[in-house]
Design a protein around this ligand. Structure first.
Ligand code: NAG
Ligand code: NAG
Ligand code: NAG
Length: 295
């Protein structure tokens, strides 16, 4: 076996055993701060010594598609490339590259290998991009009308505290934002360029978007906002991306320098259509009904 292959096997074994330990110790699931219990978890910590890309490899696919179907006002297509998902500041970097006038902006996207996630509590600790002209997204997705997303637009003058929460579709037939399915606004005092936790809690009748971070002076700042319209009901992927299409109506840009989101971790706690309540209960009872792990 070549030394690199041996290393890969070793990394895989370490990753597998970490997953098994996680599964065993939380056989009765994960209980969140609202008292909801979730059966499964994907715990991607990008700051560990194995490196961010090892954690990506375990649970995520890196997008490589060209998205050429863009609004009329866009200046470029989006080309997702593997090379833009990188180790960055000892964490995961998602990069939209400085535009090279090639007709598409090289961008970054990771999505879970699983598309069976149905309800859950999803958190990431991250810093938003500071180079103007890109979108940073954290969202569930299965189709354009079964999607709930958190987006940050680095071109906003107040991008350090402005966030876009949407249960898609976020627009009315006349093109205006639908105030019932989208809540866009500033979280006064927040500084998203410091590491804060952004969270989506997806329940059958509501999506709650929240933030727990700090101001630029390290004062705690928290906020939360609930949307009950267009709550998705279909099993989905979980996705993170950083992209630009140069559309003056939204992403603006394209960026003239590389733009990075820096992600320390993504913790997804959820139910899925692959592990039934009955199988979960059987596994929990086989583990002597230990208490759920608090998350
Ligand atoms: C997720 O991973 C982090 C760091 O690796 C660990 O501290 C934490 O306990 C894990 N959470 C769960 C619920 O397993
Ligand atoms: C998730 O699974 C737990 C354990 O089976 C169950 O109690 C809970 O109702 C489920 N949550 C949702 C939103 O379906
Ligand atoms: C919906 C919207 O914001 N449309 C705008 C898109 O950009 C063009 C050109 O900048 C404007 O004319 C539209 O009003």
């Amino acid at each position: 076996m070549a030394p690199f292959a041996r290393l890969n096997v070793l990394v895989t074994l370490v990753a597998l055993s970490a997953t098994q330990i996680l599964a065993q110790s939380c056989a009765c699931g994960y209980k969140d701060s609202n008292g909801h219990v979730w059966r499964e978890a994907i715990n991607s910590t990008f700051t560990e010594s194995a490196g961010a890309l090892a954690a990506v490899k375990s649970n995520w696919d890196i997008a490589t598609d060209l998205e050429s179907d863009q609004p009329e006002t866009a200046k470029a297509s989006i080309q997702y490339v593997k090379a833009n998902v990188v180790e960055h500041n000892n964490a995961l970097g998602l990069k939209a590259s400085a535009y090279d006038n090639s007709g598409s902006v090289k961008s970054a996207e990771i999505s879970t290998k699983r598309d069976d996630i149905l309800y859950g509590s999803f958190r990431m600790q991250a810093q938003v991009p500071t180079t103007p002209g890109v979108v940073f997204g954290f969202f569930t997705y299965i189709s354009d009308s079964q999607e709930q997303d958190i987006e940050f637009l680095s071109a906003d003058s107040d991008f350090k505290e402005r966030v876009y929460y949407t249960n898609q579709p976020g627009q009315l037939a006349n093109g205006d934002d639908d105030p019932k399915s989208t809540k866009n606004g500033a979280i006064p005092g927040a500084d998203f360029t410091t590491f804060g936790v952004h969270r989506i809690d997806w329940l059958p009748a509501s999506t709650t978007y929240s933030y727990a971070g700090t101001s630029d002076k390290s004062t705690p700042v928290t906020a939360s906002s609930t949307i009950t319209k267009n709550v998705p009901t279909t099993p989905s992927y979980f996705v993170l991306n950083v992209w630009s299409n140069g559309d003056p109506n939204f992403s603006k840009g394209p960026p003239t320098a590389d733009a990075f989101a820096t992600v320390n971790y993504v913790h997804l706690y959820f139910n899925s259509t692959s592990l039934s309540e009955a199988s979960f209960n059987a596994a929990c009872s086989a583990a002597h009904n230990v208490a759920p792990c608090n998350i």
